[in-house]
Design a protein around this ligand. Structure first.
Ligand SMILES: C[S@@+](CC[C@H](N)C(=O)[O-])C[C@H]1O[C@@H](n2cnc3c(N)ncnc32)[C@H](O)[C@@H]1O
Length: 183
């Protein structure tokens, strides 16, 4: 959390332009902090609000990265539950459904993005969508990079290889194994 607060401070101090977003919201635990920290910016919250994409979840389970119980646990949410937690509701734009399909009509830059979708294919799409749209001086917080959800790190490796890019990375020593990506 402290790292997030310090990143917010830098974004504010340097007037980094752009909206903010979280992809992979579940019950809105982290999203509420993003919304609270940026009362003056549109906050996109993307999730199915019904759990993982079934084919992707099946593939990750087959690879031993997740159990059925883990997958089932993330079905327990709703848009209403998430909205109740938001301090600046007028700033929230909920995008329900499979990302990135749900964001194709958005033409904006981002100053802060949290990517927390757990599985490789979706994380890869998260990087493909958000990194080109990230403002200079902006941050992506990628959850679970150093964790037993091995697809997260694989997605970053694949993104770098496919795009011939070395992402500027700061791995955090937090409980989520978060990777901070800057621009
Ligand atoms: C670990 S949870 C997110 C936890 C959340 N950030 C928090 O603060 O508690 C992962 C979420 O990603 C969502 N998700 C995964 N892949 C997705 C995709 N392609 N499109 C939309 N939502 C997705 C799941 O529905 C699930 O709610």
């Amino acid at each position: 959390m402290k790292c997030f607060e310090l990143a917010v401070k830098e974004i504010r101090k340097r007037n980094i332009p752009g909206d903010v977003a979280e992809v992979g919201v579940f019950q809105g635990e982290f999203a509420q902090f993003v919304n609270a920290a940026f009362p003056d910016r549109t906050c996109y919250l993307c999730d199915t609000f019904e759990g993982f994409q079934p084919e992707e979840a099946a593939q990750e389970m087959q690879q031993g990265n997740a159990t059925q119980a883990f997958v089932n646990a993330y079905q327990n949410t709703s848009e209403e539950l998430v909205m109740e937690k938001m301090e600046h509701k007028d700033r929230i734009v909920l995008r329900k459904g499979y990302f990135p399909d749900t964001m194709q009509d958005i033409d904006t830059a981002f100053a802060f993005v949290s990517i927390d979708m757990d599985f490789e294919a979706s994380i890869y799409e998260g990087l493909r969508y958000f990194y080109p749209r990230l403002s200079r001086g902006g941050y992506i917080f990628l959850h679970d990079y150093n964790s037993s959800l091995y697809g997260v790190e694989h997605a970053v490796d694949r993104y770098e290889k496919d795009h011939q890019i070395l992402l500027p990375k700061v791995p955090l020593c937090d409980a989520n194994g978060t990777l901070v990506i800057v621009k």
